[in-house]
Write a protein that binds this ligand. Structure first.
Ligand SMILES: Cc1cc2nc3c(=O)[nH]c(=O)nc-3n(C[C@H](O)[C@H](O)[C@H](O)COP(=O)(O)O)c2cc1C
Length: 138
């Protein structure tokens, strides 16, 4: 049985609070790793995700500035955390509390890892308002 489930009244999807959605990208944001929960929540097979840009799950409600902050912070500080609304292959959506980290490997190459947990609903509510405002200013 799948651990992920959908709201009856909206297209929102949920995952268990002990689950972590993981993905890793190369330096250019191309997906090089995704765990099973990522595949289940995004509604893609692993094969469909590997080699694709991470914006494959970008939801149109997300303001551009959120991702500018993500990239600026992971590149300069090596760390970013925030609330993200993602879109599924079937056009449903899900919210996550994401932490992205820079990894510097022994050969000098850089990859980025993101670990996502269930956000609390207060965080989601304030982001719905904030992102709508930011989006209207684009
Ligand atoms: C490790 C990592 C994880 C990311 N996770 C997401 C994500 O879950 N959803 C998303 O929309 N963008 C994510 N991004 C940002 C995308 O690379 C991209 O910048 C964003 O989707 C905006 O797309 P655009 O640059 O085409 O406007 C992630 C980037 C990195 C480095």
């Amino acid at each position: 049985m799948s651990r992920v489930y959908k709201d009856n009244v909206s297209d929102e999807w949920y995952f268990p609070s002990d689950g972590y959605i993981l993905s890793e990208t190369d330096a250019n944001g191309i997906i090089i790793y995704a765990n099973e929960l990522f595949c289940e929540m995004a509604g893609y097979t692993l094969d469909e995700l590997i080699g694709e840009p991470h914006n494959i799950v970008r939801h149109p409600d997300m303001p551009r500035i959120a991702f500018k902050g993500l990239w600026d912070d992971v590149q300069s500080k090596g760390f970013w955390t925030g609330i993200v609304k993602n879109i599924r292959k079937d056009r449903g959506y899900y919210w996550v509390h994401a932490t992205a980290l820079r990894r510097v490997h022994s050969d000098g190459s850089v990859t980025y890892l993101s670990v996502r947990r269930v956000p609390n609903r207060e965080e989601v509510s304030s982001c719905i308002t904030l992102y709508a405002e930011l989006k209207s200013q684009e």
